[in-house]
Every structure is written in structure tokens, then in C-alpha cells.
Write a protein that binds this ligand. Sequence first.
Ligand code: UD1
Length: 335
Amino acid sequence: MKKILVTGGLGFIGSHTVVELQNEGFEVLIIDDLSNSTIEVLDKITSITTIKPSYFNIDLKDKVAVQKFFKENKVAGVIHFAASKAVGESVERPLEYYENNIGSLVYLLKEMKANLVNNFIFSSSCTVYGQADELPITENASVKPAESPYGNTKKIGEEIIKDTTKVSEITAIALRYFNPIGAHKSAKIGELPIGVPQNLIPFVTQTAAGIRKELSVFGSDYPTSDGTAVRDYLHVVDLAKAHIVALRRLLSNNNKTSFEVFNIGTGRGNSVLEIIKSFEKVTGKKLNYKLVDRREGDITAAYADTTLANNELGWKAELTLDEALLSAWNWQQTL
Ligand code: UD1
């Protein structure tokens, strides 16, 4: 049984990926410092799969601890989720974001290199495209200057990995996620936003649950069909599965180059108002919302061209928007 290290394995996307890895027969080791997750997630994962992953409470900025981990644990690959991800916070505290997201990536790659761990999957983001000139967005679209330190850590992170693969045996795949939403069908794991949610779907579910009075729809004058911004909302379980196929590609040396990039989305764009309508339809809940000004830094529209992931990885999103929204609501009701 192959051992895989999942950093940030107790977080939103990490925990769903751990479940899928275990379902596929991998032995999972999790590193998570609990900075944006809770230890209860470990038991929730165990109750879904009946297998308890090994857990290490390590801050990846702790170089010595990372060294020790790799000396003591022989893993076949690393899926790296651990990173800070709040866009606004990154603007306020850029150095913390660079230290946390870049520092930890560098230590991780150094130890992988030293210990001959050669397979690396990186959590990247469609944020690297900024407002793309053409839709849908292919992997050939140009990478734009980042709008925030958070976005910059994804862009720089990809560059660091690419440079590393040129001078080592490490092979890597960066998955550029569009907008991951939803929760596991068991409603045992899902997204746990701290404080007021910044992302749309947690704000929607909290409004429906009565925790928030009203959802603000940021911008109704975008050049889109109904004036609200368009994104590619992807079920987190589909996204988790993309990591497994990417990992298998590296483990079986099926990658074409030592550093590959894939868009992971559904290929469909939905506006904020369409999301609200679909949510109301699948849950039967009426949402309080009002149209307000645009949010600074937001783009008009982004959705993926997924041809490369479809053809090369043999992956495509299978779950529907309605299923994703319903699963997010089921999860909210357990909180
Ligand atoms: C945001 C980040 C992106 C990051 C991603 C991680 C920004 C500008 N972008 O993407 O870099 O990779 O999260 O999850 O923060 N909306 C509302 N009302 C709300 C919240 C959101 O109308 O209360 C709208 C937004 O304006 C946007 C859409 O919903 O049009 C999706 O927003 P969000 O979930 O925050 O994702 P992104 O902004 O696409």
C-alpha cells in the first residue's frame, strides 16, 4: 500500500481528498497545524472510511520538524494543500502569507529532494489567470500579475516547483482549481469558515440558516447575462478525485513533462443570481439578498476549458451544481 503525505489534510479540500485516497487504497499521512481546521475532522474522516489516517501536528515552517518527518516516514508522494487562503487578509498581512505559503513549500521540496520523494501535487488556483482575455480559460492563457499576495503565492509557488523539477528527480502537477463548493454526501466533512465567510456558498448557506441576515450580491453591472459575476463552481468531491488521478499519473510515470498544469473545473459558468436561484430551488429555502457594489479585486467571469484534464487525466466533473448546493446545505445544517 503506497503511503501518501497530505499537507493540510484536515482542511476543506484536503479532508475530501484524504477520503478519496483511502477509498482508493492509499495509506494516508496527514500534516496539519490546525490553523484553519479542527482535530475533530480526523475522527470524521475515520467514521466515513473506517480507517484512521496517521496525523502529525506539524507547522511546515518548522524546518527541523519537516526534516524529522521525512527521515521517519517513507512516502511515495505528497499532495500539498497546507496554505493560508484569505484574499483580504493576505493584503493586510503579506509577509505572513509569503512566509507561510512560500516558506513551507520550499522546506517541503527540499526535504522531498533530500529523501528522494519524487511525486508532488500542488494546490493552485484559477486566480493565476486574473481576468482572462478569452473564455473558457485554457492552460495556455497567460498568467497575469497577481491581484493579492495570496494570488501571488500561487503564481510564485508554481514557478518554484517548476524550477525545482528542472534540477531534481521531482515531477509535479499543479491543479488550478476554479471555485470548489459543496461537501461530502455523508455531511460529516465540509467547509468550516472562520468568522464571516468571504466566499459565496458559505455565505449563502449561513444566510439560509439564519446566521447572516442578508447576502450581499457584489456587483450587478457586470457585462454578463444578468449583470452578476460568473464563476465555475465545482463539487469538492470531484475536485478531490482529480488529485487521485493526477497522483496516479505521476506514480506510473505517465506525465509528459516534469511539471504539468491542469485546469480543474466543470467547464460551465454560473452567475451569482443563478446560484441563488438554484440554491432556492434545491433546498426550498428563500434567500434574503440585496444587490450592492462590486467587491474590489473581483473579476467579471471565469470558467475552465477542461479539455486537457479530460483528455490527459481522464478526469471530468461528474456531480451537478444542484448536488453541490444541496450537499453544502446538508453540511450547514449539521453545524
Ligand atoms: C476567491 C478569491 C480567489 C480564491 C478563491 C478561493 C477573490 C477576489 N478571489 O474567488 O483568489 O482562489 O476565492 O476560494 O477573493 N460573492 C457575492 N457575495 C458574497 C461573496 C461572494 O456576491 O458574499 C460573489 C463574488 O463577487 C464572486 C462570486 O460570488 O463573483 C464568487 O466569490 P467567492 O466565492 O469569494 O470566490 P472568488 O472571488 O471567485
